[in-house]
Write a protein that binds this ligand. Structure first.
Ligand code: ADP
Length: 611
């Protein structure tokens, strides 16, 4: 329950205004309800002609009688007056109209109280999704190698909806029901405290029975949500790997794997659902048993000599008692729903509370452009698993120079360049820009200096214009066209029917590999960063595309500091310096001719490629 209140305080606070409205409307609704039901008493008396007593009006100021006595007496007095003057039938009609009007008011308030909850529910849902999305964007890349993407999607969709449907709908119940219960209970006491004492003696037994069924629900729900995550992860993986699955005719295998997951999801959620399904019939049954017991006890009292209330009032009592059962039942529903929601909340919090190790320095140094050099000083690096990936890396890249990194796959080249924009932090040593440790800079400033072109260009399901203008605020069409021209992309873009407004599909699937690469180069051109990182930008292209892309790259690289990871050594012959990496170490360095002359590892790589 403590966790539950914490969630409410955290997410519902901004919507306090709506909460107050809900409380007010619920109170009015309860009051109208009690009064509309109280009209049952005179109606029954008229119909069954059971009240022969003669009433005289007691002035409200008369202190000899209690408020209750005056209220009851004067109400009866008015009704008998009305029966005498207008006749029983007309009185009944007036009472019926009064009943309808009261009920209209009651239901209107009831509707209002539900309606004011809607902005809270939808608002909390949106806030939670926004928080998660922002958090995902702020977390370092390292976080996502541990948490599978499908799992994160499951948390953003399934778990957030679960919180909404269980905790937020319980919130409605938790406001409404205590109010209803209080008012009804007060009415019960007002009518007959003797009968009410008896009633409350029976209730705790029933509550205990309900509680027993509700136990364990949270643990089981947690398992269900985990299975849901697995399911989403598989869907995500399948969508990403459709090409391979089809090529390897692995549909059956994948279907089998998916069937296993969905089967266990099914059996787990069935168990949760059965327990939940038990809640309603169980409370219905227990409620009726309660009514039956009170009916018997109260009936016996009325049949006896010293009846505390008359028969019509007893029926009113029973109606109110019956009304109090619904909110009580809802309470039991909430005790089932809240644990489910809390299980989901726990999973959401795992992302929201994840620490961001790559946080900005509390007092960051100002960065005024890129002036002289980038240095790696005794850099060592391991991923979370602790295996040493980079060891004792030392080098300096001077401004304006072209720097290449070569080595066989797995040598640590990508890892090394990922350290420059602080996608990961060094394990020891330091990466410095103009002599300042990059951990002392604002990450946004640092990354603003760097342009990226990857082996697999990352594009978004949007127009060509927006993909190029991505990351540059308020870019004009002229600037975008200019960048596209430099990137050798303008021509193929103009061949498209809608030109720059062409949508390129999910991740750019409507374009060829070379075209995608040229778009990502145009994007880098437009950003115009002083430092450029090229990660095997031409590796996956055919010769013709490679020529176009290489041309574009050469234009982009001129007048910039470039760090290029190269697969084909022919593309980096003219670099100012080449670092040769092997198993996380720098084994050789120098210009192409020097390295060839050394006749070492680089020469070997070069010879292998010439073959
Ligand atoms: P290269 O770019 O030279 O091919 P990488 O820098 O990609 O090499 O990888 C170097 C080593 O780091 C490889 O052994 C790879 O398995 C490991 N590695 C890469 N990314 C991760 C990661 N996110 N978590 C753990 N190990 C990783």
């Amino acid at each position: 329950m403590k966790e539950f209140w914490k969630i409410l305080v955290k997410y519902v606070r901004p919507y306090g205004k709506y909460l107050s409205w809900s409380v007010l409307l619920n109170m009015l609704s309860a009051i109208f309800n009690v009064f509309s039901f109280s009209l049952v008493i005179p109606m029954l008396q008229i119909l069954f002609k059971i009240n022969e007593a003669v009433y005289t009006y007691i002035p409200w100021g008369d202190d000899a009688f209690s408020f209750k006595e005056k209220l009851v007496n004067n109400a009866y007095y008015s009704v008998t007056q009305l029966v005498e003057s207008a006749g029983p039938s007309a009185t009944l009609l007036i009472l019926c109209v009064a009943l309808s009007v009261m009920t209209l008011l009651k239901t209107a308030c009831y509707f209002g109280s539900s309606a004011v909850m809607i902005p809270i529910r939808t608002g909390v849902l949106r806030d939670m999704r926004m928080q998660l999305y922002k958090k995902i964007l702020s977390l370092p890349l390292g976080f996502f190698s541990q948490e599978r993407r499908g799992d994160i999607i499951a948390r953003m969709t399934g778990d957030v909806s679960e919180v909404e449907s269980s905790i937020m709908s319980s919130l409605d119940m938790l406001i409404k029901n205590p109010i209803l219960i209080t008012f009804y209970f007060a009415t019960l006491l007002f009518i007959s405290w003797q009968l009410t004492l008896f009633t409350i003696a029976v209730v705790p037994v029933m509550a205990w029975i309900m509680g027993v069924i509700g136990k364990q629900l949270k643990r089981k729900s947690l398992q269900v949500q985990e299975m849901w995550s697995d399911t989403m992860s598989q869907v995500e993986e399948t969508l990403g790997g459709l090409r391979v699955i089809k090529a390897f005719v692995a549909e059956k295998k994948m279907t089998g794997r998916f069937a296993d997951t969905t089967d266990s999801l099914r059996s787990k959620s069935a168990k949760v659902a059965i327990r939940q399904a038990l809640a309603h019939p169980m409370s219905e049954f227990l409620g009726t048993v309660l009514i039956a017991i009170v009916l018997w006890f109260g009936g016996t009292l009325i049949l006896g000599d010293k009846a505390p209330i008359d028969a019509s009032t007893f029926i009113f009592y029973m109606v109110i008692l019956y009304s109090i059962l619904n909110p009580l039942k809802d309470f039991s529903k909430a005790t089932y729903a809240i644990p489910k929601g809390l299980a989901s909340m726990e999973r959401i919090d795992k992302i929201l509370d994840a620490e961001n190790p790559i946080a900005d320095h509390p007092t960051p140094k100002e960065l005024d452009g890129f002036k002289s050099d980038i240095t790696f000083e005794g850099v060592n690096f391991s991923y979370e698993d602790g295996k040493k990936i980079l060891q004792d890396i030392n080098f300096t890249i001077e401004k304006g120079k072209t720097f290449a990194i070569v080595g066989e796959s797995g040598a640590g080249k990508s890892t090394l360049v990922d350290l420059i924009p602080r996608f990961y932090d060094v394990t020891s040593g330091a990466v410095k820009i103009d002599g300042t440790d990059i951990r002392e800079l604002r990450t946004a400033d640092l990354r603003g200096l760097i342009g990226y072109v990857n082996q697999e260009p990352i594009l978004f399901n949007d127009t060509i214009f927006n993909n190029i203008a991505f990351g540059v605020k308020g870019a004009t069409m002229e600037q975008v066209i200019e960048a596209a021209k430099i990137a050798n992309a303008h021509e193929f873009i103009m061949e498209k029917e809608e030109g720059y407004n062409t949508n390129i599909g999910d991740r750019g699937t409507k374009l060829s590999g070379g075209q995608r690469q040229r778009l990502s180069i145009a994007r880098a051109v437009l950003k115009n960063p002083p430092i450029l990182i090229l990660d095997e930008a031409t590796a996956s292209l055919d010769t013709e595309s490679e020529r176009l892309v290489q041309e574009a790259l050469d234009r982009l690289m001129s007048s910039r500091t470039t760090i290029a990871i190269a697969h084909r050594l022919s593309t980096i012959k003219n670099s100012d310096e080449i670092l040769v990496m092997k198993e996380g170490h720098i084994v050789e360095r120098g210009r192409h001719d020097q390295l060839i002359a050394q006749n070492g590892y680089y020469k070997k790589l070069n010879d292998m490629q010439s073959l």
